[in-house]
Design a protein around this ligand. Structure first.
Ligand code: SAH
Length: 248
């Protein structure tokens, strides 16, 4: 015969299981709704910050709608991830404002089959956007801890076509050259020579060039006559530090 104690034990266990189930469901609903909120924030970002300012490439807009920018910033800054400004990522570095990411990406005119080089991995966000739009992305970061974290985030999100390397990116990535497109996401006194050398014929490079406080965004295209440069307007980036950039 069952004792009162046995019944009580069964009841307690059932109660415990129900509580676990309740907590699990609560957690799922919370993460589901925050995922929906982040998607809404991204859609709004694309309309108000990108489309409104003239970004048109549908593939770029789609990538910006898709890549979860909040996953590339610290927990405490997630709520700001879709705001119209850069965000600190540690080591005095920042992840660029969404509009600048979109503008630089659109400038490369990617079709999907390119091999792309990025200098300044930072959080890995820009690398993820490039990975959505090109075949392969090679990204170089000088700070090992940033490179490590960026790589972790990119892996977690399932990007298999990005390789992150710790090195002085002003030297490019000679073993993998030539590249169809190159993006420099830190400000340099001039476009590093090794990078234009590693640009394929017809390839496009985008880089902020100027002094340490402000720069102009330049498009450099490799054409049969040499390198054709176009000034795309004023920007502010952190320093490109290296052999062909600024000294520490
Ligand atoms: N693209 C990044 C943001 C770049 S911030 C993102 O999406 O988050 C600029 C980055 O360039 C910083 O992380 C900085 O450490 C890196 N950097 C500066 N000089 C560099 C160099 N010579 N080689 C590689 N990375 C460099």
């Amino acid at each position: 015969m069952q004792s009162w104690d046995d019944d009580r034990g069964v009841l307690l266990k059932a109660q415990q299981e129900l509580r676990h189930m309740y907590n699990f469901l609560k957690k799922m609903m919370k993460s589901g709704s925050s995922m929906m909120n982040f998607q809404k924030a991204r859609d709004r970002m694309v309309e108000t910050q990108l489309v409104a300012r003239g970004i048109q490439d549908p593939r770029v807009l789609e990538a910006m709608r898709k890549v979860p920018r909040h996953m590339f910033v610290d927990e405490a800054l997630k709520d700001q991830a879709y705001n119209d400004h850069p965000i600190p990522i540690g080591d005095k570095q920042t992840i660029s404002q969404p509009y600048i990411v979109a503008l630089m990406t659109e400038t490369l005119k990617l079709q999907g089959n390119e091999k792309v080089l990025e200098i300044g991995t930072g959080s890995g966000y820009q690398a993820a956007i490039l990975a959505e739009l090109a075949a392969r992305v090679f990204s170089i970061e000088r700070f090992p801890n940033l490179a490590y974290r960026a790589n972790q985030t990119l892996q977690k999100l399932g990007y298999k076509n990005v390789i992150v390397r710790v090195a002085d990116g002003t030297l490019g990535w000679p073993d993998e050259a030539p590249f169809d497109a190159i993006m420099v996401t830190a400000g340099a006194p001039k476009i590093p020579q090794p990078l234009t050398d590693q640009l394929a014929m017809g390839g496009r490079l985008v880089a902020p060039v100027g002094d340490r406080l402000s720069q102009e965004l330049f498009l450099a295209e490799r054409v049969p006559e040499g390198v054709r440069k176009t000034n795309l307007g004023g920007v502010r980036f952190v320093d490109l530090v290296g052999k062909w950039g600024w000294q520490e």
